[in-house]
Design a protein around this ligand. Structure first.
Ligand SMILES: [Zn+2]
Length: 120
């Protein structure tokens, strides 16, 4: 068995939702189900700490808010008579099907961020 390499912050690994240490193991085994640990290098994704993924909430906001803002701007081009509240409501409704995607990537980015700055 080879020794796992140090975590790196690689965009391709994040986009493929892979382990920050080995870059091979999948973080998810279903759209809304995470692996407890990397199936390749056995890195424990949650570090066994309750509330570990609270930090992912910040990345969830960082993904969702710009998306809603962009959709609101685009909607304003096609629906200029609508109020800002209605435009934001429509943009939020359009984003609802993206919740699993945003949830997954917020956790993946959080795991990579945490492992980059504080590897086990
Ligand atoms: Zn791994």
């Amino acid at each position: 068995m080879t020794r796992p390499s140090a975590p790196t912050f690689r965009l391709g690994t994040i986009l493929r939702r892979r382990c920050p240490r080995c870059g091979e193991g999948s973080i998810f085994h279903a759209p809304l189900a995470m692996n407890e640990e990397c199936p390749v290098c056995h890195l424990h994704y949650g570090r066994g700490e309750p509330g570990y993924f609270t930090g992912a909430m910040y990345f969830s906001y960082a993904l969702a808010i710009p998306l809603i803002a962009l959709l609101t701007l685009i909607e304003n081009l096609f629906l200029p008579g609508w109020s800002l509240l209605r435009l934001v409501g429509l943009a939020t409704a359009i984003c609802v099907p993206l919740i699993p995607w945003i949830w997954q990537y917020s956790r993946v980015i959080w795991i990579h961020f945490d492992q980059y700055f504080d590897p086990e």
